[in-house]
Design a protein around this ligand. Structure first.
Ligand SMILES: [Zn+2]
Length: 306
């Protein structure tokens, strides 16, 4: 057992009583607000210097998502890039005005594993300030791009705590070629004093963790299988699930990136045309809420910026 798992056993964060008692546990719904050209898998093909000249689709796609959430009466957490927030301040304000939680996805979508500690610390602090200045609300949640917190950069948790974040959702406890920390705890646990890690949901089968918390896997699997696995987490683990997706996943008409390898192409474009209908079913079949409320994580001073 690694030290993180030990810490988890000692410091497990209890799920809110209301969520446990409810017949339908409230799960956490999250959206990583970035555009298609900022996806980490495209980094070898699209230079950062090209970002400003690419057709931006994020505003339109977030509108689609906000409409979907509104129809289901669901509030969610939007992990938003500082880069996007600066260019689309109205989008940030609309997310907050419609009752959703604004959280941070860092400023420039660098993987934490590619950054030196001081550069990472600057990036997450800059994003927090941009989002707070635009929204007027304290931002307490952070998600590392591509779930890039792993055994070799656990200092990232120290940086998050220092920056004033109260929770992180930066670990995917699976084996994957781009990310993952398979031996990390599967559920919310305190990683530093005052900082909770809320890992994206996995299901335990055949003594291994399988991803069931969204992204490409949700587009790959038949919906009924995703639903069965998520229900298993709610029922057998007695825990809320945390699910994530991206605005570009509801946009089958997005510009195609040329010259990419077959695996990246498969992962990015698979079943984009089915995503909206699947999300519609998912929102109807389960109860959903914002991360801060599902896990009862509060800002240090909730009135400070109100
Ligand atoms: Zn991302």
């Amino acid at each position: 057992m690694n030290h993180l798992a030990t810490a988890s056993a000692r410091n497990s964060v209890p799920v809110s009583g209301a969520a446990v008692a409810a017949r339908r546990p409230v799960n956490a719904l999250t959206i990583d607000v970035e555009d298609y050209f900022q996806v980490s898998a495209f980094a070898p093909y699209i230079a950062r210097s090209e970002w400003d000249s690419r057709e931006c689709r994020v505003e339109r796609n977030v509108d689609v998502i906000l409409g979907l959430l509104d129809r289901h009466g669901v509030s969610a957490t939007f992990f938003t890039l500082g880069w996007i927030a600066e260019r689309y301040p109205a989008l940030v304000r609309r997310i907050v005005a419609e009752g959703h939680e604004l959280a941070s996805h860092g400023y420039g979508h660098h993987r934490a594993t590619d950054q030196a500690r001081d550069v990472f610390a600057d990036d997450i602090l800059r994003a927090k300030k941009v989002l707070e200045d635009l929204s007027g609300h304290e931002v307490i949640g952070y998600r590392a791009p591509s779930f890039s917190v792993c055994e070799r950069n656990l200092w990232a948790f120290d940086c998050m705590a220092d920056a004033g974040y109260r929770y992180s959702s930066s670990v995917y406890p699976i084996r994957h070629d781009h990310y993952g920390m398979p031996d990390s705890p599967r559920f919310a646990h305190e990683v530093r004093a005052g900082l909770v890690e809320v890992p994206v949901t996995t299901v335990r089968l055949f003594e291994r963790n399988f991803p069931v918390g969204g992204g490409g896997y949700f587009r790959l699997m038949p919906y009924v299988l995703s639903r069965w696995l998520l229900r298993r987490v709610n029922r057998d683990d007695g825990s809320p699930a945390i699910f994530y997706f991206h605005p570009w996943e509801v946009d089958p008409g997005q510009p195609r990136v040329a010259g990419i390898d077959a695996r990246t192409r498969f992962r990015h474009y698979l079943n984009l045309d089915r995503m909206q209908a699947r999300l519609d079913a998912l929102l109807g079949d389960f109860a959903w809420g914002r991360v801060d409320r599902v896990y009862a994580i509060r800002a240090a001073d909730e009135t400070a910026l109100a």
